[in-house]
Design a protein around this ligand. Structure first.
Ligand code: PFF
Length: 468
């Protein structure tokens, strides 16, 4: 995007709608939004939550959530950002006040920021795992190894809090470096090359998966729904993951939308981003599950799934060290662009509200997040028996890391999304929405009704079933 002439955080002059800098092109917005959306959620989380929730039926619910809940909310968030033209909190406040509603609506963006902060604390730890696997791939640690040996490399890493801390620190430093310097521009250019490269490498692993003799099993695990394996909690996880993977409910898309030029189609760009995100997740699934079945691994192995399967593929394919290293570099990069989008709004908010400059804001937000991340690190080893809410049956055995994941993906993000849907669907004037979206009547009505009725009801029903 073209460098904003003024700091977006300062755009909230309280006097109305200042003109924002705009993305240099529609493509720049798509790349930045995709950079945020495509990350660990697609390659690390999607396969393991799919494995834990029985496969096909879960995937189907997830796809429905993307199309019928995620996409309409993404459009709503981008719309709020572009209409408001300010930082997310300020945009929400302005839009609410302008239509005579309570400024308290700005809390929606506040919930989003809290979620972003909590997510980044453990996201950085997982990003650290990816960084550490770059080194392991280069040094040939995976070459010719059995599934057991690969599994041991992973459990060795999890059992070593100092190593985890080191990689978590490296990852968080990378994120802070970019956010602190406002280096986003360069990154957006890099996304142009690195995203397609990640895509090609994923295709290569899918190609390898086809040679394992278990591609059919992996494929049908992903795509033949067996509803007897789906639980109500699985539906909540699918919904929460739809928000997580599309970076919704966290005000990130609002922030990005505020730079989108008026004549770009919100629907078109949102659809493109959602499709790219979904394709990457499905490819990751197609790469991983055949390897899982070929090596008699457990699909429900949990958060370590990709770290226990993909190295097997790299250990066996020609030039595997090179491709393995490249893959984990690209995964780190995908995680990095997402993590930057998680830290950025928090820093903007600190600049705006606490009058910190960008560098101090980055230190405050980054260090606090880094510190909180230590709790997730310890919950994998030293504190693995610490289950703060273990007295409730539902949270039995859940570590701090599990609870943070649950609180963010299954509570805060759907809640943020629900409030966005209610705000745009029920509080904003239809005229403003029609103006922003500039869509044909039929498609506008479809979107509007979905957002007004279907989305809130769906989120509420899933919530009520699960949380009560
Ligand atoms: N969408 C990212 C992923 O799938 O890895 C994670 C994420 C980034 C979530 C930014 C939320 C966000 F605001």
């Amino acid at each position: 995007m073209t460098e904003p002439s003024s700091n977006p955080a300062n755009g909230d002059s309280g006097q109305g709608f200042t003109k924002r800098a705009e993305w240099s092109s529609r493509m720049a917005f798509i790349l930045a939004a995709t950079g945020s959306a495509v990350g660990l959620g697609n390659i690390w989380k999607f396969p393991y939550v799919t494995g834990e929730n029985g496969g096909g039926a879960f995937v189907l619910v997830y796809l429905v959530c993307i199309a019928a809940v995620g996409l309409p909310i993404m459009m709503a968030e981008v719309l709020i950002g572009r209409r408001g033209g300010l930082s997310p909190v300020a945009s929400m406040r302005h839009l609410a006040q302008r239509d005579g509603h309570k400024p308290a609506w700005q809390l929606v963006a506040g919930i989003g920021m809290l979620a972003a902060f909590l997510i980044l604390s453990f996201y950085s730890m997982i990003g650290g795992w990816a960084v550490s696997y770059v080194g392991a791939a280069i040094t040939g640690d995976f070459t010719g190894q059995s599934a057991e040996a690969i599994g041991e490399i992973f459990t060795g890493l999890l059992g070593n809090p100092w190593a985890l801390l080191l990689w978590h620190t490296v990852f968080m430093a990378l994120v802070m470096l970019v956010v602190g310097r406002g280096l986003r521009q360069g990154l957006e250019k890099a996304v142009t090359i690195l995203m397609p490269a990640l895509f090609v490498l994923l295709l290569m692993v899918v190609g390898y998966a086809m040679t394992t003799g278990h591609f059919g099993a992996g494929f049908s695990f992903l795509f033949s729904p067996d509803f007897s394996r789906l639980t109500t909690e699985g539906v909540l996880v699918a919904l929460g993951h739809a928000f997580f993977t599309l970076s919704l409910g966290m005000a990130v898309m609002m922030a990005y939308g505020s730079y989108l030029s008026k004549n770009t189609s919100i629907a078109g760009t949102s659809i493109t981003v959602s499709i790219m995100d979904t394709v990457v997740a499905l490819l990751a699934g197609l790469a991983i599950f055949p390897i899982v079945f070929a090596n008699e691994l457990e699909p429900g192995a949990g958060p370590g799934l990709i770290f226990q399967t993909l190295p097997l593929a790299f250990g066996q394919m020609p030039l595997g060290s090179l491709f393995g290293a490249l893959f984990f570099i690209l995964l780190t990069f995908a995680a990095w662009t997402s993590a930057i989008s998680l830290l950025e709004p928090v820093v903007e908010w600190l600049e705006e509200k606490k009058s910190l400059n960008r560098v101090s804001g980055t230190w405050v937000a980054g260090l606090s997040c880094w510190f909180l991340g230590i709790a997730s690190i310890l919950s994998l080893n030293v504190w693995s028996d610490v289950t703060p809410l273990g007295m409730f049956e539902r949270f039995e055995g859940k570590t701090i890391f599990d609870l943070l994941d649950f609180l963010t993906a299954s509570v805060l993000l759907p809640l943020g999304g629900l409030l966005v849907a209610l705000f745009v669907g029920w509080k904003m004037s239809q005229k403003a929405l029609r103006e922003e979206l500039a869509m044909a009547d039929g498609t506008f009505n479809l979107w509007y009704r979905t957002l007004r009725y279907f989305t809130p009801v769906a989120v509420l029903v899933v919530f009520i079933y699960n949380l009560i």
